[in-house]
Design a protein around this ligand. Structure first.
Ligand SMILES: Cc1ncc(COP(=O)(O)O)c(C=O)c1O
Length: 368
């Protein structure tokens, strides 16, 4: 049994995605996104979001984020993001590169969510005056966040309205948007444009695709130039039907939400098992990611038994959820493909890692 909770990117592509790829792999198809499969994705997304949308398929989340931010942020602008967001640290400067040098500015907030107070505070500073300073041009919200929490629609609306008052545009990095929809049980429309989001990077890869993402635009004025920007960025696939097919495999029959709910449920199963072992969580588990404080001996024992996960570092843990001296913060991610047996084997590996110590630990902090 593999014990690999390192990422949702380690999962294979879902069989429905492979079948959809096989289905489109026949005969000629018009290239460069003018094929029938792409048109079908556009239609499905318009239904899912309950309105007309602009859809631009790409193959990485980094491209989706960088292209979307470039549509809304001039080189002399600032794009605001949570200070631990993927766009800040994990995209090798792509947002700065695609925007021709706009400034990424980090905003604080507990549990990985930008706080409304911190956003209002940073926007009230006196370092936004042209021509010496950059202009606050856009804000990007990660849904789910880098630490596995989610924004409910009222959070999104509150942040959007603060940003809009300053004339800023609103982007959502939805690499795990499906997990957030499944978790909040709010509609895709409620979590995005109805709450002020103007552009969404909609992730399919972590959800079960091989490599497919979409920039979904809700604001018509953001469409102009994106087709060229995508081409210049090397993300216009000539055989576009093969990206579209991956999205179709997930969107048709609502599989995308079923798979996300499955991944979330496995994270909840894992969370219950960790709580039963009195291990403390660093963040509420709201989607498919679990951040747990592991005493060093457990971490070493898990490592010896061949478990894979990332050791994390975060400054946005609340005081009530802080680890104990020497604890290691482990990030555990479940995907649509994580079986019950793997979660249970991981928990057994914890029991094997330091059996004597387990019984004597004090109860953990509340789960949710
Ligand atoms: C929050 C978030 N945004 C965007 C991405 C996009 O990643 P990639 O460019 O690897 O597809 C990831 C991937 O880990 C992510 O976690």
């Amino acid at each position: 049994m593999s014990l690999n909770l390192a990422s949702d990117n380690i999962a294979p592509a879902h069989p429905a995605v492979m079948e959809a790829l096989a289905r489109v792999n026949s005969g000629p198809a018009t290239p460069y996104g003018k094929d029938d499969a792409t048109a079908r994705v556009e239609k499905l997304l318009a239904e899912i979001f309950e309105r007309e949308v602009g859809v631009f398929l790409v193959t990485t989340g980094t491209a989706a984020n960088a292209l979307a931010l470039a549509q809304m942020t001039p080189p002399w602008g600032a794009a605001l993001a949570h200070h631990e967001a993927h766009v800040m640290h994990d995209e090798c400067g792509a947002p700065e590169f695609f925007t021709n040098g706009a400034k990424m500015v980090g905003v604080a907030g507990e549990d990985g969510r930008i706080s409304a107070a911190a956003l209002a505070d940073i926007l009230s500073k006196n370092f936004w005056t042209p021509p010496t300073h950059v202009r606050p041009a856009s804000i990007t919200l990660s849904q789910a966040t880098e630490v596995g929490t989610v924004y409910r629609s009222d959070h999104v609306a509150e942040l959007s309205s603060i940003a809009r008052e300053r004339g800023m545009r609103i982007h959502m990095d939805g690499a795990r948007f499906a997990n957030a929809v499944a978790s909040t049980r709010e509609t895709p429309a409620a979590l995005t444009w109805k709450a002020g989001v103007e552009a969404l990077s909609l992730g399919f890869t972590k959800n079960g695709a091989m490599s497919a993402e979409a920039v979904v635009l809700f604001a018509p004025d953001l469409i102009d130039g994106l087709v060229e920007r995508r081409k210049r960025g090397g993300h216009l696939w000539s055989k576009g039907r093969f990206i579209a097919a991956q999205a179709l495999g997930l969107l048709e029959n609502g599989l995308w939400l079923e798979l996300a709910a499955r991944a979330n449920a496995q994270a909840a199963r894992l969370t219950l098992g960790l709580a039963a072992r009195s291990l403390n969580l660093a963040f509420p588990v709201e989607a498919n990611e679990v951040f747990v404080w592991l005493p060093a001996e457990i971490h070493q024992g898990l490592h010896r038994q061949g478990s894979h996960y990332y050791v994390w570092d975060s400054d946005c843990v609340t005081a009530a959820r802080a680890g104990r001296p020497g604890d290691v913060l482990a990030r555990l991610i479940c995907s649509w493909a994580t079986p019950d047996e793997e979660v249970d084997a991981f928990l057994s590996a914890i029991d094997n890692a330091a059996p004597a110590k387990r019984a004597s630990r004090s109860p953990g902090t509340p789960l949710f």
